[in-house]
Design a protein around this ligand. Structure first.
Ligand code: AMP
Length: 215
């Protein structure tokens, strides 16, 4: 099968992690979440706690080290990278260098008020490789503080605070939103309404995947 390289483009809280997990299990391709990888080390913890973006060089180092692994030979879902035009250009060059097919962007469109409400009640699974996301009010876990999928403990991310959310949404508008234009001009952008329930969003995504003859 043709190699499939997907990038979920969207603001914090747009459902990138949730849809990445679904695509991953549906198509059996691995994902790279730079946010999750960065949370494993303390090097950029302070920038991240405040909601800022870590330096491009650090992100590209992580993506470059990951993408050469055999796990990504059939394809990859990038969750959270690229975050700006410079990273998008670097990732295009990186993929070309390794003979990978170009990255296709899926833009999860969600209004600002919905994003805030989602982020403020979010609970995330602590287990590496699971990362299932819940919401204290709209989609609570069956057992308090425990992941339905893998039984691991849930936590509130330290950047899901009011102040950090404001900074992250600003960083998104300034640096990441221009990527819609970047990928649209290259005919590599597909839009879905990300404000709907996760199942409905995934149904829209499946239509796109069917068109690519991979679903
Ligand atoms: P995420 O889990 O994707 O929401 O990312 C959490 C945090 O990690 C972000 O707020 C940034 O501080 C950092 N981060 C993740 N990916 C990137 C990236 N591609 N460029 C810069 N910072 C990133």
């Amino acid at each position: 099968m043709k190699q499939l390289n997907l990038y979920l483009l969207g603001a914090p809280g747009s459902g990138k992690g949730t849809q990445t997990a679904r695509i991953q299990s549906h198509l059996n391709i691995a994902s790279i979440s730079t946010g999750a990888l960065l949370r494993e080390s303390s090097q950029y913890a302070e920038i991240m706690r405040r909601g800022g973006l870590v330096p491009d060089s650090a992100v590209m180092e992580l993506v470059t080290a990951e993408i050469v692994k055999p796990a990504y030979a059939a394809g990859v879902v990038l969750d959270g990278s690229p975050r700006n035009v410079e990273q998008a250009q670097d990732i295009d060059l990186l993929f070309a260098r390794y003979g990978r097919t170009p990255l296709l962007a899926i833009f999860l469109e969600v209004p600002l008020d919905v994003l805030r409400a989602r982020l403020l009640g979010r609970l995330s699974c602590t287990r590496k490789g699971c990362g299932t996301v819940y919401h204290q009010i709209t989609s609570p876990p069956k057992r308090d503080g425990l992941c339905d999928a893998c039984d691991a403990a849930l936590f509130v991310r330290n950047d899901d605070t009011d102040a950090a959310i404001t900074t992250r949404l600003k960083a998104y508008s300034r640096s990441t939103a221009p990527l819609q234009d970047f990928y649209t001009r290259r005919s590599r952008c597909y839009r879905v309404d990300g404000s709907q329930a996760p199942d409905n969003v995934f149904n829209q995504l499946s239509i796109f995947l069917e068109k690519l003859h991979v679903a």
